[in-house]
Unconditional design. Sequence first.
Length: 276
Amino acid sequence: MKVVMNNPIPSNLKSEAKKAAKILREFTEITSRNGPDKIIPPHVIAKAKGLAVLSVIKAGFLVTARGGSGIVLARLPNGTWSAPSAIGIAGLGGGFEIGIEVSDLVIILNHERAVEAFAKGGNLTLGGNLTVAIGPLGRNLEGDVALRSSAAVYTYCKSRGLFAGVSLEGTCLIERKETNRKFYGQDIRASAILLGDVPFPAQADDLYEILASFTEVYENEEQKNNPGKSVSDRPARPSTRPEPPKPTVRPTPPAKKNTNKLYPELPNDYASAGGN
């Protein structure tokens, strides 16, 4: 089967979001190349505090250099996903390597401190100020995930369509401010994007749909593994889309004075309760 490489050259945010959706499918769908034990477990993404998806090119001759582009998203307090922020990747490494290699990378942010590090903007060095571990594979490895939960970041890498090891020691993730400015039509920092200050873009619908599917698969597996636990016992599945604004409640016109001696102030009390 022919493997089509994703473009690691920085592009506009709409293209980056489309590429991210494609990469996530390649990392999570069971195919002839990916058996059930060769996919990112649904619960890893369903429980993630954030994630980054990138394509990276590595070239080497005595010293290796890598660069690439992608996006990062964060889980908001209400369970939805933030709008995407454009990022780049750059780094140098040692070792005797000759040639060029293109790979795709999914970075799972397991803890709030990892999301906060991405939200601060500027350059972020992986392996320095964040603990990084290779993420678990397979559909039913939640226990294994719990054992590794101390890692702030999981990494998954695919080269030529196959999962491969990756070292991110000394790799810098860079905030692409100009790309964000052009897409959102304003000067906006990664912190504002990842904290939910801008609505999710319709151009990233494919990405939000696949993110929603992970939670659905995870809940279905939970129900299968715990048949005695009803759906009502589980917390509601968060949507990937922000909630629509609540309609403005207009104050009720003052009612005529109540002459009932038992409840003479009922209309006023009701109005006060509605205003709290």
